[in-house]
Design a protein around this ligand. Structure first.
Ligand SMILES: Cc1cc2nc3c(=O)[nH]c(=O)nc-3n(C[C@H](O)[C@H](O)[C@H](O)COP(=O)(O)OP(=O)(O)OC[C@H]3O[C@@H](n4cnc5c(N)ncnc54)[C@H](O)[C@@H]3O)c2cc1C
Length: 289
């Protein structure tokens, strides 16, 4: 894997919801060298909550108020979050690496705090990943200069990436799962809805939406989370969740997981608790190395 090496960290945390925040705060308290990847607004699931009444220490807050408190806590702790979506993690033997816009981050341990994928995988998406399907506009956009592409977008925060793609591609057909898509460009055609299939033998050839086949050269799926087993090959799953033990250890050496991605109940308190347990398990793991 190529890229400018950013150094060897103790831990790489992927995901910026309550589980990732809890782990990052503990990593900071324990003086670990860590890199942290996630979303601009920390977590859409925090932002979307109407009233939260079951989180200890916060009495009836809205999701947005809760997000602001988390944000302030992270900033005051002096923690920086790299707001980039990770689409692949590379096991390197005794470490894990990711490539973000030409920069390579490597760490001795890994914590997956990636939440639960709420949008279903499109038929053909995983099969054609890397063969016309991409999760990263800035990584792969250059491949589609002058071509026809489709973008499936689940969060307005990715509209910047769609603008980037529209500067390169000839035609961009966008499908959003929300109302209010507001990018206006001559080569962008937007609809609300979710395609049912991505077609192609060896390479993406078309996208199917409401029974209609739209010929495209590539499909960008810009969503809050990708399937864990696509993110990291070899990860063992159980009933749609990452299988972990009570120390939050997965089946892969040095790889831990916390929060909604490990199973129900989907709750803030459970995510925060698991993020904390995982980080303590990582401290033990690092001592043994
Ligand atoms: C509308 C709504 C209301 C809710 N109300 C409550 C409530 O009142 N009380 C309660 O306890 N729970 C509530 N929940 C549940 C709660 O939101 C979740 O249990 C909690 O957010 C899970 O935290 P998490 O850290 O596991 O994941 P998430 O909060 O989902 O965070 C995961 C984060 O990681 C990021 N991420 C994922 N993959 C990647 C990647 N590859 N690269 C970079 N970043 C990535 C995502 O973008 C996201 O920001 C509610 C949920 C919803 C949707």
């Amino acid at each position: 894997m190529e890229g400018e090496w950013q150094g060897m960290y103790d831990v790489m945390i992927i995901g910026s919801g309550p589980a990732g925040i809890s782990a990052a705060l503990t990593a900071k308290n324990r003086n670990l060298e860590f890199c942290w990847f996630g979303s601009k607004g920390l977590s859409a699931k925090i932002e979307k909550a109407g009233q939260v009444g079951n989180y200890p220490g916060l009495i009836q807050v809205t999701g947005l108020e809760m997000r602001d408190i988390f944000q302030q806590q992270v900033e005051e702790a002096g923690i920086s979050l790299v707001t980039e979506q990770i689409s692949s993690i590379y096991p390197m033997g005794n470490s894990y690496a990711v490539n973000v816009k030409g920069e390579m981050y490597e760490a001795k341990s890994l914590l997956l705090a990636i939440g639960m994928e709420t949008t279903k995988t499109i038929l053909g998406e995983e099969r054609l990943l890397g063969r016309g399907v991409s999760y990263c506009a800035t990584c792969d956009g250059f491949l589609y200069k002058g071509k026809r592409i489709a973008v499936v977008c689940t969060n307005p925060q990715f509209e910047e990436e769609i603008a980037f793609l529209a500067d390169l591609a000839d035609e961009v057909t966008v499908f959003t799962t929300y109302r209010g898509f507001c990018l206006e460009r001559g080569n962008i055609h937007a609809s609300i809805g979710y395609p049912s299939e991505i077609k192609g033998e060896k390479q993406v050839e078309a996208l199917v939406f409401q029974g209609m086949e739209i010929p495209v050269d590539g499909v960008f799926c810009l969503k809050d989370s990708v399937s864990p087993s696509v993110l990291l090959k070899g990860l063992e799953m159980k009933d749609g969740h990452i299988r972990v033990d009570r120390a939050q250890q997965t089946n892969l050496k040095g790889c831990f997981a916390a929060g909604d991605c490990t199973g129900r109940p989907y709750q803030y308190a459970k995510a925060v608790g698991e993020g904390n347990v995982a980080l303590h398990s990582i401290l033990d793991y690092l001592k043994e190395q």
